[in-house]
Design a protein around this ligand. Structure first.
Ligand SMILES: NC(=O)c1ccc[n+]([C@@H]2O[C@H](COP(=O)([O-])OP(=O)(O)OC[C@H]3O[C@@H](n4cnc5c(N)ncnc54)[C@H](OP(=O)(O)O)[C@@H]3O)[C@@H](O)[C@H]2O)c1
Length: 292
């Protein structure tokens, strides 16, 4: 086996690697939606703490960081730039466009080509780069022809502003339709041990060798709490419920890339240590029966 020589301490190296948009990254990533203000709106209460959190993720061996223009809005991208620019070559930062947030929790989908273009150009500016390795359509806008939304991303790729195109919260039919237009590098859908509505999408991506990024891997928190449905098994194997939730995901499929989000360094360290938690076939079966 080839020794993994990339920087960062060894914690995350046990999660294994996957190729996304031409870069080899560790499968346990970091979701940077929570480095912003309360209710995911505005500036973080502890800005320096948010910057330290992002740096700590990379120290722990995280090299896949998920963000979006709408997180804050704009704040998450700016914090990432402050924490990591100039970006280490091995780190893949992916961002997305196609959603608005006009007040705390007030979201809308907007996939008009001119907005997608503006989103991309402003993300380039905020991240301080002239090229985004992986740019994702945040949501398919049913009011705009699908081929126009994908078509604009193709245009941005041809101009060199983005390196690869990813999709979010899509059906198998939508992935197939997009792949008829252009190459798709990744799919990012909601998925956790307690929320498996996209099982068919995951299976399709596994068959096709497409990375599947799971958002809400802790089901937005309940899987990590003391009353988690995973607490009994966690106690037996000397792990935490959050670690069991993430270890289950990593074991579920080789193309699975969980991106747990947190605003806490202690939680980040706990979550990345899940890379070293191995569930036996019997334990996986037990979880699938009890929780699935
Ligand atoms: N593509 C999309 O449409 C989409 C949509 C939503 C999210 N996302 C991405 O997915 C990422 C993950 O989503 P998420 O952050 O909302 O959900 P999540 O990872 O399922 O859960 C995060 C929640 O769990 C808590 N938590 C995290 N680790 C914990 C631990 N070890 N112990 C106890 N509590 C813990 C966090 O609180 P603390 O802050 O207190 O740790 C937070 O409330 C986001 O950051 C974002 O990058 C993508």
């Amino acid at each position: 086996m080839v020794q993994d020589q990339r920087p960062g301490n060894r914690v995350n190296h046990a999660s294994g690697t996957i190729e996304i948009a031409g870069k080899t990254v560790h499968r346990l990533g970091f979701g940077a939606m929570r480095v912003v203000g309360p209710d995911l709106w505005g500036e973080p209460v502890d800005r320096a703490g948010s910057v330290r959190l992002v740096r700590r993720a990379v120290e722990l061996g995280v090299d896949f960081i998920d963000t979006a223009a709408v997180y804050g809005p704009h704040v998450s991208e700016v914090i990432i730039r402050e924490a990591l620019h100039p970006y280490p070559e091995h780190v893949l930062i992916t961002t997305k466009g196609g959603q608005t947030q006009s007040g705390p929790g007030v979201y809308a989908t907007l996939g008009r080509p001119e907005f997608l273009r503006q989103e991309c150009v402003l993300s380039l500016r905020r991240l301080g780069v002239d090229h985004i390795d992986l740019y994702q359509l945040h949501q398919v806008d049913p009011k705009v022809p699908f081929e126009d939304q994908i078509g604009e991303l193709v245009q941005l790729k041809e101009e060199g502003k983005i390196g690869a195109i990813g999709l979010n919260e899509v059906t198998v039919d939508q992935i197939v339709a997009a792949r008829r237009i252009t190459e798709i590098a990744s799919v990012e859908n909601q998925y956790s041990i307690t929320e498996r509505k996209h099982e068919d999408v995951l299976d399709y991506c596994t068959r096709e060798g497409l990375p599947f990024v799971s958002w809400f891997p802790l089901d937005m928190g309940p899987l990590a709490q003391p009353d988690s449905p995973l607490r009994d098994l966690a106690a037996r194997i000397d792990a935490t419920p959050a670690q069991v939730a993430l270890a289950w995901l990593l074991a579920r499929a080789e193309n699975m890339v969980p991106i747990p989000g947190t605003s806490s360094t202690a939680h980040l360290e706990e979550n990345i240590a899940a890379a070293t938690v191995r569930l036996s076939p019997a334990q996986l079966k037990e979880l699938n029966t009890a929780v699935g």
